[in-house]
Design a protein around this ligand. Sequence first.
Ligand code: HGY
Ligand code: MN
Ligand code: MN
Length: 416
Amino acid sequence: MAAPGENMKIDADRLWDSLMEMAKIGPGVAGGNNRQTVTDEDSEGRHLFQEWCKAAGCSMGLDTMGNMFARREGTDPDALPVYVGSHLDTQPTGGKYDGVLGVLGGLEIIRSLNDLGVKTKHPIVVTNWTNEEGTRFAPAMLASGVFAGVHTQDWAYDKKDAEGKKFGDELKRIGWRGDEAVGDRKMHAFFELHIEQGPILEAEGKDIGVVTHGQGLSWTQVTITGKDSHTGSTPMPMRKNAGLGMARVLELVDEIAWSHKPHAVGAAGHIDVFPNSRNVIPGKVVFTVDLRSPDLSVIEDMEARLKSGAQKICDDMGLGVEFEKVGGFDPVTFNPDCVTAVRDAAERIGYSHRDLISGAGHDACWINRVAPTAMVMCPCVDGLSHNEAEDISREWAEAGANVLMHAVVETAVIVE
Ligand code: HGY
Ligand code: MN
Ligand code: MN
């Protein structure tokens, strides 16, 4: 005799159609998405998500960081809800699935439970966390970080983009700054479905990643100052080339990361060169060094060697250098009971699976501080993400959403 809900499955076509519909909002230039946080495109995506949630019978909450909470009632209104979600904002050259699969996978659970007439004791709340990517406004996972008490709301509101616009002003401008106090909500548990954004699951032919840990992250903004001067008439010995200084620091970053192989990683994705003119030696460069590892002591070693090594490079070249920590979080261990619920769900449905450490940061990494949390991952093609060519199969989306549904519903407790 099957246990209640044992054979539940989501509607894979409906999920896929919703993913493709959302992907039409904030299209990129190469088939992906550019739906950056608190832009008009972000607002358009939020409206579509809200419309779908209301059609699925959910009430919608909105907090002062723009976090959205679509609630399906449980039989016990006093029971803490099981939350499930991710983010709808994308990189400037993002894919269609990073974050979106987790939000729409959560919505698909609601839609499927409605179709199946299944009730749960605990309410279920589907969440869209604001500004997970941290591209337009650093740091990443900004709103889930405020929700978890890691950042203050005022600090977050004051974060500026490259044009000097403030996050709080932009959130208000697009009409998605709610009244609900951020962080007041208490959760029974939180689950997040996300594409792996790495090559392991596909390479090993596994359908599901059971995420036991998340690696830690450190973002250090480095400013190197030299002297603008003519690229033609300035003799080599007289140059104060901040661009060359950056190049040597980035070589050092690569060397440091490799020194902690196989898990540590390091690079700079954000680089601003001033004045960025073809015939002017850069007098100033500003770049963000992204260092990550599952081991906190490795992150701390890499940060220390970056600072001491970059200082020496710049001293030897007669350049100035300043460091500012602009983002970071320690390695995360997810809740064993929630991880077991994910693993049992994959087992029960018959999906191949393996335990995994998340290489990327996720909202779940912060929410893990305030609620029992775990993640489900599905493969992505060539492990590629943060690229418009990001791709997954319908089967992978279906597998991830099915496992997510079973883990969420088991935790929310089916009521006969
Ligand atoms: O940076 C990250 O790991 C995430 O994609 N925001
Ligand atoms: Mn993401
Ligand atoms: Mn991302």
